[in-house]
Write a protein that binds this ligand. Structure first.
Ligand code: AMP
Length: 125
């Protein structure tokens, strides 16, 4: 079911459970502000999700309410993960689905990081 990006935060969502250690994940990186782990259903040879540690539903929620430190920490973590994984060259793609039309499924902000092959057109036409 697609997420309404304006809904209140649901602390029973699957990524909240991952952050609390209630569900396992294949961690790639973590720090004070972010956790990065492999997507359970990869859409590319490398498909990592980067999530903020704070309780934010979506990019909209995060960009409106997170502190400057959280935003800087999260954005830096996304870049660091890609750099540490050696993805800057040959390149990678970031994607943050937000709300119904984008088919966001998990109501905790996540940035998809895709890499490992030429990634094709930006959107299905
Ligand atoms: P989105 O459609 O942007 O909300 O993407 C949600 C992503 O979360 C999908 O790519 C799922 O495969 C992924 N996902 C769902 N549950 C898990 C999980 N337990 N561990 C890792 N990835 C997950």
């Amino acid at each position: 079911m697609a997420v309404d990006a304006t809904q209140p935060y649901d602390d029973q969502n699957i990524f909240a459970k991952i952050l609390r250690g209630e569900i396992p994940n294949k961690t790639v990186y973590q720090d004070e502000f972010a956790l990065a782990f492999h997507d359970i259903n990869p859409q590319a040879p490398t498909h990592v999700l980067v999530i903020p540690k704070g309780a934010y539903v979506s990019w909209d929620d995060f960009s409106a309410k997170a502190s400057d430190a959280e935003i800087a920490g999260f954005v830096r973590a996304v870049g660091l993960v890609a750099r540490q994984m050696g993805l800057v060259e040959p390149g990678y793609r970031l994607l943050a689905n937000t709300g119904t039309n984008s088919h966001q499924e998990v109501p905790h902000l996540h940035v998809h990081l895709f890499a490992g092959q030429p990634l094709g057109p930006m959107l299905v036409r």
